[in-house]
Design a protein around this ligand. Structure first.
Ligand SMILES: NC(=O)c1ccc[n+]([C@@H]2O[C@H](COP(=O)([O-])OP(=O)(O)OC[C@H]3O[C@@H](n4cnc5c(N)ncnc54)[C@H](O)[C@@H]3O)[C@@H](O)[C@H]2O)c1
Length: 387
């Protein structure tokens, strides 16, 4: 039997808005079974369990006591991540946590060390670096298709979210989008990881972060008090990678929607429009010289050296994104079964978390402390079907 197909039981803690995203693609990994789910909100727990016909646990202790379960998927709110993940690790379970790994670097480090001391793994979302778009972009970087990479511009601007009809954003099983929690945690901590994970996978460790963040619209919720009242809703950071590459990353819930990335090399650019789409097309532009000027060709050429392993299932289309959320826990499970390093390794996840925290909270220069082993690209992207 293929090791990757060995039956693995997972349990989900937190049955809110994002849990439906995981359920949307979980069926692709039929060998990964949900033993049960738990949420402190009993109504949410019942609604989610009934909608997906999943067993429910009456308490976290009951869930942790389930001997069949080897991996716990922590989909609670960011400020509950540390406590839940710690309890899961202490109970001897591997953890896949939604981002951020923790709200403080010391806590994230403690979780990773706790896992290491117990021979367990803790891995964190986002997992979109495993998707086709990121893997093809990364292949282009490895193959130097635009020459030596010097600079990257990446944006995670979501438009004026606080002016959108977000109270109408309801998941299939009935969870409301947790707008208050999102504004309090902040868009940088919520979203920077989507590009940080790609950039750190491609260019290695971040040596220096130069960050600027502000809360530009404190009055997002006129009738409710935000705690804290001034979490940044905008940030720009300049990241210097040990490999010498510089990246500028901006995140906001203010500037017009833009999730694009441009990787700028000596011989052109590699780019794609939205990292929230696992199937976003990668394009290449080459410089052209006309008379006395050299500029990038207005014509972008599709870059597709390999074909990904599978079609993106239609159920994956959740509106604002096309991401296979279940691929994260599946990668963790497969790495354990196959006895290989997890691509979203604990130390990789810690580094992404540390840099995201610096982008949100440090104003000025910050030198990350965490180190990690370079992660390997997906096998299909290195061999893949040649087009
Ligand atoms: N909302 C999104 O669009 C989105 C997208 C990607 C990732 N995420 C991430 O997913 C995570 C969850 O976000 P969400 O949008 O689903 O939030 P949510 O508020 O909709 O759901 C979180 C659930 O966790 C439960 N919970 C909180 N503390 C708990 C505890 N101690 N024990 C058990 N259950 C507990 C809550 O009752 C709630 O039902 C966050 O880390 C967020 O960053 C959210």
């Amino acid at each position: 039997m293929n090791a990757a197909l060995q039956e693995t039981y997972i349990a989900i803690v937190g049955c809110g808005f994002v849990a439906d995203y995981y359920m949307a693609t979980l069926a692709q990994y039929s060998w990964m079974r949900v033993a049960g789910v738990f949420d402190i909100d009993a109504r949410r727990l019942d609604a989610f369990g009934a909608y997906y016909r999943l067993p429910i646990y009456s308490s976290l202790d009951r869930l942790l006591a389930d001997q069949r379960v080897s991996i716990i998927v922590n989909l609670t709110n960011p400020r509950a991540h540390y406590e839940i993940s710690r309890r899961c690790l202490e109970a001897g379970k591997h953890v896949y946590s939604e981002k951020p790994l923790a709200m403080h670097y010391a806590q994230a480090k403690e979780l990773v060390e706790l896992a290491e001391n117990r021979g367990l793994l803790i891995s964190s979302a986002p997992c979109s670096v495993l998707g086709d778009a990121a893997q093809i972009l990364w292949r282009g970087v490895r193959d130097n298709v635009v020459g030596k990479v010097r600079l990257v511009y990446a944006e995670l601007d979501d438009g004026m979210v606080y002016r959108m009809p977000y109270k109408k954003w309801i998941s299939p099983s009935g969870a409301h989008w947790p707008y208050k929690d999102e504004f309090e945690v902040g868009c940088t901590l919520e979203h920077a990881g989507y590009y940080l994970s790609w950039l750190i996978a491609m260019f290695g460790r971040v040596e220096r972060v130069t960050a600027c963040s502000e809360c530009l619209v404190p009055e997002k919720l006129p009738d409710e008090e935000l705690l804290p009242p001034d979490t940044p809703d905008f940030s720009v950071g300049v990241l210097k990678f040990e490999t010498g590459v510089i990246a500028r990353l901006s995140t906001s819930v203010i500037a017009p929607h833009n999730h694009a990335i441009r990787i700028i090399g000596d011989r052109g650019t590699l780019e794609l429009k939205d990292c929230w789409f696992n199937d976003a097309k990668v394009y290449m532009r080459k410089p052209i010289t006309l008379r006395r000027k050299t500029f990038l060709s207005p014509v972008a050429v599709r870059y597709k050296p390999v074909v990904g392993p599978r079609e993106i299932p239609t159920r994956l289309d959740t509106g604002g994104n096309r991401m296979d959320f279940a691929a994260g826990p599946a990668e963790l499970a497969m790495s354990i079964t196959e006895g290989r390093a997890c691509r979203l390794s604990p130390r990789f996840s810690l580094h992404v978390n540390e840099v995201a925290l610096a982008l949100q909270y440090v104003r000025g220069d910050y030198l990350p402390q965490s180190r990690f082993e370079l992660i390997s690209p997906a096998e299909w992207s290195t061999t893949g079907l040649q087009r």
